[in-house]
Design a protein around this ligand. Structure first.
Ligand code: BGC
Length: 427
């Protein structure tokens, strides 16, 4: 007998504005990509031109059988200068939302996905209390204008990424092979030749501030900065609920599947606390939790082990392990009894057959979790399109749809059909 997700289960794909739209010229990332000595392998330029091609892209999703689309609204477009809101950009996202509805796609909107307006950085960025107020203003503006069209909002994408980067930096100091040691999931340039000092000096000059004060979102976070991010989330949730209590609000966290070998318990517990558990008090009034997972981490007595022997790696360098999704959902569900939405899960590969295999295994595991009674309300594959993988540029291929960037032609992959078919018919 076929196993099929029940009606109403959201099955779709995710993107982030900066990674697909193109020409996000008022953002901090744009500055970071374009300063002399940038550690970004290449600039984003016109990305996948999704800003102009969203109608075609959403239609391709719908034709393949997907019923949900997670995308982000770009703060740097909505508020390109402090306190100046651009109504044309509100109109733009209104059209994107309308397009989703026209295609029977449920929109899941992220209000912040890594990129921020460039004016935020001289204000102190993500280590400054003022950002709570700025973020609140931006969220209020968007939700007042578009809230009625937004059933689900993720306030902040991977709120825990800064803490993970701090861990990664500490690891970098003691590592002779960072490419292998650092199992970090986001697209950071791990090239040892990168001159971070010169880069930060260039950023200081570009933003007109002391290099030590350059605090974008994807950067090592202090304990105080972590608290500020959480207060941004709480404030945003309050604002959203005041405007429209029907909107379901959550945050998203980057989580690995923690495999613990004898002797690794203490280190694994410390990471579980840092990555996840210590956030729980801030999330008690949320409606759902966005879980983002790409791989597992194996903990031994001396720390995280490198993938061993025959282990297959993804193009990002971490272990190919689609079963991680079910593992992390089971772990989360021990501490979280509200709905879980998988807001990202995927693989960078040039071989789409691997992606098909990944999707089938990940979704079978997820289905099993639901059978066990865990409330999972949706699965958003990362990503809809091959896109700009931050510091790693365009070489990484996470998409269900290939993009020829010279012509911006779209080539749907077999994995897109596979995901749609699982949604429609099961497996
Ligand atoms: C981020 C995405 C990124 C993906 C793949 C996640 O950490 O939210 O923006 O592209 O991982 O690395």
């Amino acid at each position: 007998m076929m196993n099929k997700f029940k009606d109403g289960f959201l099955i779709g794909a995710a993107t982030a504005a900066h990674q697909v739209e193109g020409n996000n010229v008022n953002s901090d990332c744009w500055v970071m990509e374009n300063v002399p000595g940038s550690i970004y392998k290449e600039p984003s330029l016109d990305a996948a031109d999704h800003y102009n091609r969203y109608e075609d892209d959403i239609k391709i999703m719908a034709d393949a059988g997907l019923n949900a689309y997670r995308f982000s609204i770009e703060w740097a477009r909505i508020e390109p200068a402090k306190g100046r809101f651009d109504e044309n950009e509100i109109e733009h996202y209104k059209k994107v939302l309308e397009c989703c509805y026209k295609n029977n796609i449920t929109p899941i909107v992220t209000l912040h996905h890594f990129s921020s307006p460039k004016w935020l950085i001289p204000e102190g960025g993500w280590e400054d209390e003022k950002t709570i107020h700025y973020f609140e203003n931006y969220c209020r503006h968007v939700v007042e204008k578009l809230g009625d069209m937004m059933p689900y909002i993720c306030t902040i994408n991977e709120a825990n990424i800064g803490i993970q980067i701090k861990k990664f930096m500490a690891m970098a100091e003691g590592s002779d092979n960072l490419e292998k040691d650092a199992n970090i999931q986001v697209g950071l340039n791990k090239d040892a030749k990168v001159d971070m000092k010169a880069y930060y000096e260039a950023l200081g000059e570009a933003f007109g501030i002391d290099p030590a004060k350059v605090q974008p979102f994807v950067a090592p976070r202090t304990v105080e900065g972590d608290r500020i991010v959480m207060r941004c989330h709480e404030r945003a949730r309050q604002v959203i609920k005041n405007i429209n209590p029907d909107i379901k609000v959550g945050i998203t966290l980057s989580l690995v599947d923690y495999h613990v070998l004898p002797g690794g318990e203490r280190l694994a517990a410390a990471d579980q606390d840092e990555d996840f558990l210590h956030y729980l008090p801030y999330l008690q009034d949320d409606d759902f939790l966005g879980v983002q997972n790409y791989t597992r981490q194996v903990y031994g007595p001396s720390g995280v082990l490198r993938p061993v022997g025959e282990a297959k790696l993804t193009k990002m360098g971490y272990e190919y392990y689609p079963e991680a999704l079910a593992g992390v959902v089971r772990f989360v569900s021990k501490h979280w009894n509200k709905p879980i939405m998988i807001t990202e899960n995927g693989i960078s590969t040039d071989n789409d057959t691997d992606r098909v295999d990944f999707i089938e295994h990940a979704l079978k595991g997820l289905y099993q979790c639901i059978e066990e009674g865990i409330e999972v309300i949706g699965y958003m594959h990362w990503s809809l399109l091959d896109n700009f993988e931050w510091q790693l540029g365009y070489e990484q291929k996470f998409g269900l749809i290939a993009v020829d960037r010279a012509t911006q032609t779209r080539y749907p992959k077999r994995s897109l059909r596979c995901l749609g078919n699982i949604g429609k018919y099961g497996f």
